[in-house]
Design a binder for this molecule. Sequence first.
Ligand code: AMP
Length: 217
Amino acid sequence: MNIIILGAPGSGKGTQATRLAERLNLRHVSTGDLLRDAVAKQTPLGKQVESTMAEGKLVSDNIVLDLVKGAVTVHDPDDPWDGWILDGYPRNSAQAEELEDVLSSARETVEGVVFLDVPGDVIVERLSNRRTCTECKSVFNLLNRAPQVEGKCDDCGGDLVQRDDDKPETVRERLAVYEKETLPILDFYELRYDVHRVNGTRGIDEVTDEILELVSA
Ligand code: AMP
């Protein structure tokens, strides 16, 4: 099963994609995680995208397409996954169209498109209180999923930090980019697929259960 999960920054895409990937044995393809990893390792790609990401802007379409292409068109009989879940891609209409082309050339199909619906004021509150583990990437929220020990990850004990792009000035830019570039692709998907709109303001488990039910129906 191949799934695309759409939603604003902070809508819970990463959290839900991780859980769905575990439950459905899917490869979790997160462009944000792949890019952050490249920045952390200071690879040539990481150095190239670092300042764009820190400003909350989108990195170039070619760069992300290269990251995604191989992961969504695996035809290896030993591939251990039963499909993939794309998180953070596509982010604009050019990427959505490129993805359709890549998938149709590879004869891949998309079985589920999920849109996590969360209002803007909730997003701002979530992002400013989000803390991420530097080691295992688990995500916490100081308001409703606080770590048991301040500054430390419950899962692995790693240090929790605020992502550079979760600082207030950058959050404003990311939301502006989301509204201008990403939100319009919902229409693109609604014309082609049965998009599952899910209320993302509820508890994490409830949201996961609803998505599982919708994509398995
Ligand atoms: P995310 O973790 O998905 O919020 O992504 C963090 C940052 O990575 C974004 O603000 C962009 O700078 C960059 N990024 C992630 N995915 C994409 C994409 N599909 N297209 C362009 N830039 C992206």
